[in-house]
Design a protein around this ligand. Structure first.
Ligand SMILES: Nc1nc2[nH]c(O)nc2c(=O)[nH]1
Length: 437
């Protein structure tokens, strides 16, 4: 994923501390005292970058399985109203463990349900990310437009505008690390046009820009949302966003499914990026995003697994495959190559998060975030092109996952947490939460 898209059929990567210090073809030079990991039969790629998630949903998977987005949300809001910091910690640990096992080294999280008296849900997920060992970009989400004011969420799951702004500022002050090599960066993330007020959008944009942090929201996910925007704001979702200051190179939208040509042009002109979430869009019957048109139109497109309640699989490498398959189903076999699909999940994702200079490719000076995929088992043996094997085949096991130079997965097992304990904690938290609803 370097500028030349270099590929070595036989080569090496040398790491010192948290950085890549050498990359090349053939036999590596001597590095006396170095630990050597033999990757024969494997493909090494940049660690995957996930640009949209809702980790708390890991404990509410499999519900409202045959519903549209609005039906699904109205079923789940009352369940999510019962989360607290402990539940978020368990859910985030589950979701992050699975992301690591499936090749992801950097993830965002859009957390927008913040019940009063729930404890510190942001501290809970940040602690989980540090424990599992992923590079983390939590987005301080929010909702302030309850049903009684014309929004979709019930009044008891929304916050007051002032509390949101104060809470967001304090998350940034406490946690945001803008330094090179950062493991933790905060974004500001009001939820969606039908769950937030125009005032929240405008004021949170000001707050984000004063603090130099990025901005994220759901946009143009369904036709129901488009109808809502036309009815309430007299325009399309993208036109509404431009009106309230939510376009720019510091902004990325989750989904961006229902865009007209003018919407794509606005995103390209303003440098606004997209988190393409093909699996969730299919699971909810939302539609198929115009991913190839966005890419060809000059929009930066990363991939997102989306929340676990609308994508129970939550594997970013599967999103690469689904991005390719859906693009080709719409536009034919030349619409997206396997290498482009991998690019969306790596260097393009890094660009979405403003981290292109640090992650998303295997280059000297970049951070040591790497996935080593085993392609010599029965699942992939005999596929000559390893990138085709990775993107078109089933998800391979990982020989190794390194984040910031630290081993997080070895021989298919996460090394930082006990996977069996995580699984039983998740099952218990799911039962407890549903018991409350
Ligand atoms: N896929 C999702 N779309 C959403 N819109 C919204 O307001 N919340 C969500 C969500 O949790 N998932």
């Amino acid at each position: 994923m370097d500028g030349d898209r270099s590929e070595y059929s036989d080569g090496y990567v040398v790491i010192s501390g948290n950085k890549i210090v050498d990359v090349g073809a053939g036999t590596p030079p001597e590095y006396p005292g170095a630990q050597v990991i033999d990757g024969s039969g494997c493909l090494i790629t940049p660690g995957l970058v996930n640009t949209h998630h809702h980790l708390y949903q890991w404990i509410t998977r499999g519900l409202a399985a045959d519903s549209t987005l609005f039906e699904w949300l109205t079923t789940l809001y009352p369940v999510w109203a019962g989360i607290d910091a402990d539940a978020v910690h368990v859910a985030a640990t589950g979701g992050l463990t699975w992301l690591a096992k499936t090749g992801c080294t950097t993830t965002t999280d859009h957390h927008y349900v913040v019940p009063r008296d729930a404890g510190d849900v942001f501290e809970a997920e940040i602690t989980a990310a540090a424990q599992v060992g992923l590079r983390f970009h939590p987005c301080r989400g929010s909702m302030d437009l309850g049903q009684s004011s014309g929004g979709l969420p019930p009044d008891h799951v929304v916050e007051k505008l002032d509390d949101i702004l104060t809470g967001t500022q304090s998350v940034i002050d406490r946690w945001h690390d803008p330094n090179p090599g950062s493991m933790l960066q905060i974004a500001v993330a009001p939820c969606s046009p039908f769950s937030v007020t125009e005032a929240l959008l405008r004021e949170s944009a000001t707050l984000a820009r004063e603090n130099g942090v990025r901005m994220h929201t759901h946009l143009a996910e369904t036709l129901d949302e488009e109808r809502f925007c036309r009815e309430h704001f007299g325009c399309t979702p993208v036109e509404y966003m431009e009106r309230v200051g939510w376009v720019g190179p510091d902004v990325w939208y989750a989904h961006a499914v229902h865009l007209d040509d003018a919407g794509i042009e606005t995103m390209a002109r303003t440098g606004t990026a997209a988190a393409h979430c093909p699996t969730s869009n299919a699971r909810l019957g939302a539609g198929i995003a115009r991913a190839a048109d966005l890419v060809n139109g000059g929009v930066t497109v990363g991939l997102g697994v989306d929340g676990a309640a609308s994508n129970e699989a939550c594997s970013l490498i599967e999103e690469s495959r689904h991005a390719l398959l859906f693009a080709r189903a719409k536009g034919g076999p030349q619409t997206m190559t396997v290498r482009k699909a991998l690019e969306l999940g790596t260097i393009a994702g890094a660009r979405v998060l403003g981290r292109e200079g640090e992650i998303g490719s295997i280059e000297v000076g970049k951070l040591a975030d790497l996935a080593v995929w085993k392609l010599d088992t029965v699942a992939h043996a005999g596929i000559t092109d390893p990138v085709a094997a990775l993107v078109l085949g089933s998800t391979p096991p990982l020989k190794l996952l390194l984040v910031n130079g630290r081993i997080v997965v070895a021989d298919g097992r996460v090394t930082t947490v006990d996977e069996d304990v995580v699984a039983s904690d998740v099952a218990r938290a799911h039962r407890d939460l549903l018991g409350k609803a």
